[in-house]
Design a protein around this ligand. Structure first.
Ligand code: C2E
Ligand code: MG
Ligand code: MG
Ligand code: MG
Length: 281
């Protein structure tokens, strides 16, 4: 009996593993084609200023409109893009689409503010020409670098940090803003932080989630806000879902927020409507 049970549970796990790896393989096999078939979409999540309560920009977040699987979220294919090296091409796609979108918005007279994009550490480690690539795309679409913010996670910055910091400085020198994403989840030594060429700390959602119920998360969040301000950095909280979280962050001097409370990431037309309609907190 025990043996049979053992075999069943083995089968259970093995078939679960199979579905997982076959999905992974299906995605890996069609990732190349996704570029040719133009299947990537950028959604935009509004960033709000907590003093003025207005939309001051957005974070561009990629989705994959897969012909069979529907809308695939980045958590499923960014790791594959990283493994296969396609992440570099994906990054260029994101920068180009955002600049194209900014140009279209500029032509309509839309006050769009600054758009944040996520880059992978590989861009900094492997792509010698990152600054030139970005500068060229900005020129092609006639976009000022001040409209762009580059996000890199704290843990990515810490890998090969000398090289990464050098490239981040180059980007910052041409006027692009730099944000440390998922701040608090990596292992950056705080003494390092003063050497980082950054403008913004993004407090990770995991702290914001329980900020009104867990006194440790509350203390850490307050400490991160104060740390940012003492280093003359801007601070933004991600993943704000409740009015209580919003009130806490506002009371404690956080500069900006993004989260489902105000809006999920949406297609560009919907973001445009929010800005034009003057939607605010
Ligand atoms: P991230 O850069 O930290 O982006 C924030 C994530 O939190 C997004 O998930 C966003 O939809 C989600 N989020 C925002 N507000 C809330 C909220 O109130 N509640 C909850 N539960 N979630 C919220 P998404 O779009 O699934 O992206 C996940 C991650 O994938 C991103 O984390 C980023 O690391 C990566 N990613 C997304 N787009 C790109 C891209 O174009 N390039 C690269 N290299 N990575 C990307
Ligand atoms: Mg981000
Ligand atoms: Mg984040
Ligand atoms: Mg993240």
């Amino acid at each position: 009996h025990a043996k049979a049970q053992g075999r069943n549970s083995y089968q259970f796990y093995s078939s679960q593993l199979n579905t997982q790896s076959s999905e992974h393989m299906a995605l890996a096999n069609s990732l190349h084609q996704a570029f040719e078939q133009n299947e990537f979409r950028l959604h935009y999540q509004p960033l709000l200023d907590l003093k003025t309560k207005q939309i001051v920009g957005a974070e561009a977040l990629i989705r994959w409109q897969h012909p069979k699987l529907g809308l695939v979220m980045p958590g499923k294919f960014i790791p594959i893009a990283e493994e296969t090296g396609l992440i570099l091409r994906l990054g260029e796609f994101v920068i180009t689409s955002v600049c194209q979108q900014l140009q279209a918005w500029q032509q309509k007279g839309l006050p769009h503010g600054r758009i944040a994009i996520n880059l992978s550490g590989q861009h900094f480690r492997l792509q010698d020409s990152l600054r030139h690539t970005i500068a060229k795309i900005l020129r092609d679409y006639n976009i000022s670098p001040i409209h762009l913010e580059v996000e890199l996670t704290e843990s990515e910055i810490m890998q090969n940090s000398d090289r990464t910091i050098q490239v981040l400085s180059e980007l910052r020198n041409i006027g692009i803003h730099i944000a440390i994403d998922d701040f608090g989840t990596g292992y950056s030594s705080l003494s390092y932080l003063k050497h980082f060429p950054v403008d913004t700390l993004k407090i990770d959602r995991c702290f914001v989630q329980d900020v009104t119920t867990d006194r440790h998360d509350a203390a850490i969040t307050i400490a991160m806000i104060d740390l940012a301000h003492n280093l003359s950095l801007n601070v933004i909280a991600e993943g704000v879902e409740t009015e209580e979280q919003l009130a806490f962050l506002t009371q404690n001097g956080c500069d900006r927020m993004q989260g489902y409370l105000f809006s999920r990431p949406v297609p560009p037309e919907e973001f445009e409507k929010m800005v034009m309609g003057g939607k605010h907190l």
